[in-house]
Design a protein around this ligand. Structure first.
Ligand SMILES: Nc1ncnc2c1ncn2[C@@H]1O[C@H](COP(=O)(O)OP(=O)(O)O)[C@@H](O)[C@H]1O
Ligand SMILES: [Mg+2]
Length: 383
């Protein structure tokens, strides 16, 4: 029997998972818009989701899928200082690549007037490509695309949009508004942001462009998909997993993608067996390790940013075995619904809780409940 390979899991932010489950619909949604053209509502799309739900990995997968269909892509991160400059550099590098396109294509392209339009329009002395405005660059690239057949269009992916500085966001909005919406050129935009984007960038004046972008939510994975995300990579790496261990791992992660990777990773590491058959004990140990890693990386920083009352309300939510009704929470705390509402909003914004349904609240994931319970072992999911 072949020896199992390395640990397949990727418990790192921004890393492509060994198997990306349950995101095909979103990828297909973007591809459908690209095929349809700039009039499609999803041609400019804003995806929101909490940290660790897989936004960065999804943007990368979307860009790869678009390239597979003949689109060019550039990506930038809005939390970087002066992301507008970063984006212009990416675009100028792309423009240079386009000019180095295969000779045969270039020859026919030249016959059709290939040549980036800004090269002709630019005043003397010529500015460097990346010093041109975003709008000029996008126009130039769109012109070249239209005449050269180098690509179907250009997809821009922009990560961490909630942290965008106002100037950069305004320039991007003006450029895409003009090139995509007004001139109907094939320059598509897919952005990812934390849900708080509605209170940061989108709340700023003059951001109507972004308000009109289509929206998508990136959330937790369903139970079956979570099982698949754990089991398939283990098998592909030459290992196997006990049915009960798999159920335990899937339930304890709560379908939270980052935790799925942590649980898979530490479950695999905890397994001393050479053949890497992950048993229930390995998984218990793995979950314990994963809980500690998540606490250090995410839960403790989150907790320390909460007010004493936030914490008290959160503890009550976590003390319930599952989702709790706002009304029940109000009576348990002897408070009015409007008082609860204030803290509901604060805790949602902090990413400490979720609202799975109207009038229902729950902790962000099972790991948070376990952590608040003082690392109570996972008794509630034991058989
Ligand atoms: N659909 C998915 N299935 C399984 N694991 C995923 C999926 N999407 C992301 N992950 C994993 O989750 C973790 C967080 O992903 P990331 O893209 O960094 O999240 P975000 O950008 O939302 O903070 C990474 O370890 C990644 O490999
Ligand atoms: Mg990210």
């Amino acid at each position: 029997m072949a020896m199992p390979e390395q640990n397949p899991f990727t418990p790192t932010f921004g890393a492509a998972p060994p198997l990306m489950v349950e995101r095909d619909d979103t990828i297909e949604r973007v591809l459908a818009a690209l095929r349809h053209g700039p009039r499609h509502p999803d041609f400019t799309l804003l995806l929101t989701g909490r940290q660790g739900t897989g936004k960065t990995a999804l943007l990368d997968a979307i860009a790869a899928a678009a390239r597979h269909e003949g689109w060019l892509s550039v990506s930038a991160t809005a939390s970087a200082p002066e992301f507008g400059t970063q984006l212009r550099h990416e675009l100028s590098a792309l423009a240079e690549d386009m000019q180095r396109a295969p000779k045969t294509r270039l020859a026919s392209a030249q016959a059709l007037g290939f040549g980036l339009s800004w090269a002709k329009e630019a005043p003397d002395p010529q500015p460097l490509l990346h010093e041109l405005s975003l709008r000029r660059m996008l126009t130039g690239i769109a012109d070249t695309l239209a005449t050269s057949g180098i690509g179907e269009g250009l997809l821009i992916t922009l990560d961490e949009f909630h942290a965008a500085d106002v100037d950069g966001a305004r320039e991007l909005a003006a450029a895409v508004q003009h090139v995509t919406r007004r001139e109907q050129r094939p320059v598509a935009l897919v952005m990812a942001a934390l849900p708080e984007v509605t209170e940061t960038v989108l709340a700023d004046m003059g951001m109507t462009f972004f308000h009109r972008c289509a929206r998508g939510e990136i959330g937790l994975l369903g139970y079956d998909a979570t099982r698949t995300a754990l089991e398939v990579p283990i098998r592909q790496a030459g290992g196997s997993i006990d049915g009960t261990a798999l159920e335990l791992g899937a339930r304890s992660s709560g379908g939270y993608p980052f935790m799925v990777q942590l649980v898979g990773y530490h479950g695999w590491e905890s397994c001393a067996d050479d053949a890497k058959h992950l048993a229930v004990d390995d998984m218990h140990e793995g979950i314990h390790e994963a809980d500690q890693a998540l606490a250090a990386m995410l839960l403790m920083p989150l907790w320390s940013a909460l007010s004493p009352t936030d914490r008290e309300v959160l503890r009550h939510i976590a003390a319930n075995d599952g989702p709790i009704e706002v009304a029940a929470l109000a009576s348990a705390l002897h408070k009015s619904p409007s008082y609860i509402n204030t803290y509901r909003r604060r805790l949602l914004r902090a990413g400490a809780i979720t609202a799975p349904d109207r009038g229902i609240l729950d902790v962000r994931d099972p790991a948070m409940r376990r952590w608040l319970d003082g690392q109570r072992p996972i008794a509630d999911i034991e058989h």
